[in-house]
Design a protein around this ligand. Structure first.
Ligand SMILES: *Cc1c(COP(=O)(O)O)cnc(C)c1O
Length: 364
């Protein structure tokens, strides 16, 4: 028999939101020497998180705790909120899928910024929502434009990554408050805070506020991207609804243990944040030495303006890959004139510094 896809699934494009560096390496036939393209934490996770995984390993014959109890309790204490305001899931990407499934059905309008983090769009398409995209203004999400579009389309959901990926900028907390006040009654603000640990001056947590839900992750500052752990903070009512559709055994036992240990090692996080600050400054120096302009960043990556066009940035990226340096770039004009380079260990930044002058020359 031939499996019969739903009309919706059959109508979807076959493109995937990301081509992983592993696939690029397979196609190239050799590994990258510097992996600076996926905003991973190249400094690695807390040694306590690694020990927790080893200690959890003999018990992996057991199913994990489907409520993620210990991690939820620890996160609630860490943030000073009630556990009922928190749900743990398979990274922000997994939680985005569950949230979209909960709120968006065929024909529902949702709003996002054009060129921002794409996984949300992918889930919206998968549940039949109608995506309305607002261009950036001055290389930042246009909060007024997002609110206007939400009114115009009666959007169920408005997505905002703050700090933003791929531009790295942080919108100040008062601008988010203004956006919340400007949204129509029927719109929920989905605040993707994947990089919040790197940012000073994030919006205060107000988990009782029914106008927003926030998503956070252990993938970036905590260096656990390969484990797939994230969490959502929202009203108790909305958080409870996740239990109706989420994958209850989605977060594996070693991931739960490691995330808990990483959270409890705030001293390590502090050291990592210092290293990221240093690496970002080093990246900015490398950019300036090559006549490029670093943009302000509140993240563990630096977006660098080539002051040329998308074709040029693409050529630089390709030339860097040919020199074994993996980076990425924004994919929508005019932001695609930029390069996006993740912070990493000094050895990798030195490889970039060596390769960049030649790559720029070869790019023309
Ligand atoms: C990296 C990133 C994510 C992915 O988070 P996971 O928890 O690893 O799924 C989500 N949102 C943004 C804006 C990101 O940059």
């Amino acid at each position: 028999m031939t499996a019969k896809l739903t009309a919706l699934t059959a109508s979807l494009p076959t493109t995937v939101p990301f081509v992983g560096p592993q696939q690029i390496e397979r196609e190239r036939g050799r590994p990258f020497a510097a992996r600076l393209g996926a905003n991973e934490m190249g400094f690695g996770p807390s040694p306590r998180a690694m020990r927790a995984m080893v200690e959890a390993a003999p018990l992996v014959w057991q199913y994990p705790d489907p409520t993620n109890h210990d991690l939820v309790q620890a996160l609630a204490a860490h943030h000073g909120i009630a556990p009922a305001h928190l749900v743990v899931g398979e990274g922000i990407d997994g939680l985005l899928g569950v949230l979209v499934r909960m709120l968006v059905t065929q024909g529902d309008a949702v709003v996002t910024s054009q060129g921002t983090y794409p996984t949300f769009n992918y889930h919206v398409a998968g549940f039949g929502g109608t995506l309305h995209q607002v261009p950036y203004r001055n290389d930042q999400p246009d909060t007024q434009g997002l609110a206007a579009m939400a009114h115009q389309t009666k959007a169920k959901l408005v997505y905002l990554a703050n700090p933003d990926n791929p531009m790295g900028c942080l919108l100040p907390a008062d601008q988010i408050s203004v956006l919340l006040d400007a949204l129509p009654q029927e719109s929920l603000l989905l605040l993707d805070e994947a990089y919040v640990e790197f940012a000073d001056g994030a919006l205060a947590l107000t988990p009782q506020d029914p106008r927003l839900i926030r998503l956070r992750t252990f993938s970036k500052a905590y260096g656990l991207a390969g484990l797939r752990v994230g969490y959502a903070i929202g009203t108790a009512e909305l958080i409870a609804a996740f239990d109706r559709v989420r994958n209850h055994f989605g977060v594996n036992a070693m991931a739960q243990a490691a995330a808990l240990a990483a959270l409890q090692d705030q001293a390590y996080l502090g050291k990592i944040l210092d290293q990221v600050t240093q690496a970002r400054a080093q990246l900015a120096d490398i950019a300036r030495e090559n006549g490029l302009s670093p943009l302000p960043s509140a993240t563990n990556f630096l977006t660098i303006d080539t002051r040329r066009d998308g074709a040029f940035a693409q050529a630089v990226m390709t030339q860097l890959a040919a020199r074994d340096v993996f980076i990425r770039m924004p994919f929508v004009a005019p932001q695609n004139r930029c390069l996006r380079i993740s912070c990493g260990p000094t050895t990798e930044l030195e490889l970039l510094a060596q390769a960049l002058p030649d790559a720029l020359r070869a790019a023309g």
